[in-house]
Write a protein that binds this ligand. Structure first.
Ligand code: PEP
Length: 249
């Protein structure tokens, strides 16, 4: 099964009105790619970025969303608000949201449901901590995180989703998983999903995230079950991000 690669940049809480113009201008110099290129700015810049990329094939993502549809939820942002600004993907369950903001598997699952209900596409982040990897729990943790979502939205909904495997120990640390380590987990994730639906398991795109750079992405993208990357730090540098996209083909 041929799955289109996705290279997504998670800008996290970085950028300003000015720096975003130059970052996007840099990205607009990118040659056409067979991969889908995605950027995820902070909420206040979604409108600006949406305008700046309107004549390009770059796709917009948000970094989070409320599980609620609307109402008295001060400080929250709804899926329909994201839709108003051209957002296609919503990152959910990022390890920073899980560890710093207490997002549980159940809360992440309810956000996935809200995003699917609104017609947007969840980019569901899963992955183990270093302690979990060292105690042999990598797959167990990933399966629990996936099962919590399957329990709420069902396996078939995974056809409308993207998974990002992001080992927590590799995020922002400069310690990327090797291509072989990533492949091992990605193929196990696919095998886990196949227990519920073989066809869904073959269709769903599984991205790798964790200190991806142009120097490591080429080997990662050659792995049969790695369908792209979720890139944090390196996505803030247009040249580096374009170089990563190039390695995806
Ligand atoms: C991320 O934030 O999803 C991420 C993978 O960050 P970094 O590439 O900086 O490790």
């Amino acid at each position: 099964m041929i799955r289109q690669k996705i290279v997504a940049g998670n800008w996290k809480m970085n950028g300003s009105k000015e720096s975003i113009v130059s970052l996007i201008n840099g990205l607009l110099e990118m040659e056409d790619s067979n991969s889908e290129v995605v950027v995820a700015p902070s909420f206040p810049y979604l409108s600006q970025v949406n305008d700046l990329i309107s004549d390009s094939s770059i796709v917009l993502a948000a970094q989070n969303v409320s599980q609620e549809v609307k109402g008295a939820y001060t400080g929250e942002v709804s899926t329909s608000m994201l839709g108003d600004f051209g957002v296609k993907y919503v990152l959910l369950g990022h390890s920073e949201r899980r560890s710093l903001y207490g997002e549980t598997n159940e809360l992440v699952a309810s956000k996935v449901k809200a995003v699917l209900d609104s017609g947007l596409t969840p980019m569901l982040c899963i992955g183990e901590t270093l302690a979990e990897r060292e105690s042999g729990k990598t797959l167990g943790v990933c399966e629990q995180q996936l099962q919590a979502v399957i329990d709420v939205v069902g396996i078939v909904s995974f056809e409308q989703m993207v998974i990002a495997y992001e080992p927590v120990w590799a995020i922002g640390t400069g310690l990327s998983a090797s291509a072989e380590q990533a492949q091992e987990v990605h193929s196990s994730i696919r095998a886990f999903l196949a227990k519920s639906s073989e066809s869904v398991s073959q269709k769903v795109q599984i991205l790798y995230g964790g200190s991806v750079k142009a120097s490591t992405s080429s080997a990662l993208f050659q792995m049969p079950d790695v369908d792209g990357a979720l890139v944090g730090g390196a996505s803030l540098d247009a040249k580096e991000f374009i170089a990563i996209v190039k390695t995806a083909g």
